[in-house]
Design a binder for this molecule. Structure first.
Ligand SMILES: [Zn+2]
Length: 482
């Protein structure tokens, strides 16, 4: 590869605190009617004073610790000044000079194995409101409306070093980050609802000449799929420019979902454009070591740690362990099943294939389903006793998942019990042999593969219910000449 990709991410994570950052309005405003969760503080009325939420600070510290950051015991809020109609104060309260945390990292499954992506800083800031422009499909407005519900919703912004080397790694990083904020319970991590938003800086290095392109910022990426797509699009656009002996503009571009392209939004603004200065209405945040230690104690076992334990404790391959621990709920469910049923590897196979397929198809979390460890206990018992084959088990699984019925009940209702009647199977094999003397001869001439034909015949006749081991045994015995 002549061209190397250099990506850094700026991610906004909405904190799932009860209240907004600096007032007592509710922070979860997603489903609320416009302008119903606002007050003089978050709409910037004269004389209103912001008071930082303690929960917000604790959540930020918790996230920073989970991302291996150094907590800065002294941090401060600053004003980021700019005018926009969704920002009633004319500035956003953020942390610029003294962020709450710096210097962390997140380990991901990179293109060339495990790698650390360094985190430069993590700071707290408030969200802005939302504009709905003319022609908006929901409001059908002929003018622009502003909804200030989101003003003052607490966010953390996480800024990585440019350590990400491909669009795929950017997606993997985002997925891992979501997994962690969910594990520690500081955010829903829901990209569709804007609780996790990503801006990406991308540039390309020509490894032959050592030349590096201008850096482009891509904004408004609102799904994991689009993180990867938007960056792939941008990578190709920059490479094309370099091949022509040109360069791209240093600018901010937006991902346009309808055209699957990025479009120019504006020239990249410099930090000096914002005229940051210390927020005079909020005193500095001074934390103690003891406070940080206490927050540390609230952090549960995180995905990497849990995956290692799964390898150690259940003898799972590392790949399985990582898939199962990507979501805390799924990992908990797996462990509950192992406690109830045993057989960790078998359960891991079922969860990684059948269960994850059902979850993905229906876009559900494990906790939203009727599935319990007892379903697996029942299913394994049916297979152990030879009442159903693994094929039947897999066939009925979607119904178990959907209805929550016990597998044994479904087997009974549908008459799916496996046929282990040797006489009956023998009868069918004999019928197959009588109807297909040529195939019998081929087998006896040494073409052992013909066996599959006889097994298939029996399975067809019994609608897949014959015990496959018995069928094999009986067919072999009869074909080899009894
Ligand atoms: Zn408010």
């Amino acid at each position: 590869m002549r061209y190397r990709c250099v990506i850094g991410l700026e991610i906004h994570v909405q904190l799932s605190t009860k209240t907004k950052a600096f007032c007592s309005c509710p922070a979860d405003v997603f489903d609320l009617p416009p302008n119903t969760a606002i007050c003089p503080v978050c709409t910037g009325q004269p004389g209103a004073l912001p008071v930082p939420s303690e929960e917000m600070i604790r959540y930020a510290v918790k996230a920073a610790l989970a991302l291996n950051c150094r907590i800065n015991l002294y941090s401060r809020f600053d004003r980021k000044n700019y005018f926009y109609p969704d920002l009633p104060k004319g500035y956003q309260i953020s942390q610029y000079f003294y962020p709450i945390a710096t210097g962390g990292y997140l380990e991901i499954d990179g293109d060339e194995g495990r790698k650390k992506v360094r985190i430069r800083r993590l700071h707290i800031e408030e969200d802005a409101g939302k504009l709905m422009h003319e022609g908006d499909s929901i409001t059908k407005a002929t003018y622009t409306l502003v909804d200030m519900n989101r003003c003052g919703v607490p966010l953390i912004e996480i800024v990585t070093e440019p350590d990400i080397s491909s669009p795929r790694e950017a997606r993997v990083f985002m997925e891992k980050l979501r997994s962690i904020v969910r594990y520690i319970g500081v955010s829903s991590g829901d990209m569709e609802k804007g609780a996790l938003r990503c801006d990406a800086n991308i540039s390309v290095v020509d490894t032959q000449t050592g030349r590096q392109s201008n850096r482009v910022e891509v904004k408004n990426i609102n799904s994991f799929k689009f993180v990867e797509r938007a960056l792939e699009y941008e990578f190709n656009r920059i490479v094309e420019a370099l091949e022509r002996g040109e360069d791209v503009e240093r600018e901010t571009r937006g991902w346009d979902m309808s055209t699957k392209t990025t479009v120019s939004m504006r020239g990249k603004e410099e930090e000096s454009d914002y005229r940051y200065f210390p927020e005079p209405d909020i005193p500095p945040i001074v934390l103690t070591e003891e406070y940080v230690e206490n927050v540390k104690k609230e952090i549960p076992e995180l995905p990497d740690e849990k995956a290692l334990r799964f390898v150690r404790e259940y003898g799972l391959p590392e790949y399985d362990a990582r898939v199962l621990t990507a979501s805390r709920e799924l990992a908990d469910f797996y462990e509950e099943c192992v406690r109830a049923v045993g057989r960790p590897k078998e359960l891991s196979n079922w969860i990684m294939t059948e269960v994850l397929r059902e979850l993905n198809e229906r876009n559900l979390e494990i906790t939203q389903t009727k599935l319990t460890p007892q379903h697996f206990a029942d299913l394994f018992k049916l297979m152990d006793e030879g009442k159903i084959s693994i094929k039947i088990a897999k066939d009925i699984f979607p119904e178990v998942f959907e209805t929550g019925k016990m597998p044994s009940q479904i087997v009974r209702e549908k008459g799916l019990e496996q046929i282990s009647d040797e006489k009956l199977i023998e009868e069918i094999v004999r019928k197959a042999m009588a109807e297909n003397p040529d195939a019998v001869q081929q087998y006896r001439d040494g073409k052992k593969k013909v066996m599959g034909f006889f097994v298939g015949y029996v399975m067809r006749e019994t609608k897949g219910k014959a015990n496959p081991e018995l069928v094999n045994k009986i067919a072999q015995k009869l074909l080899e000449g009894d």
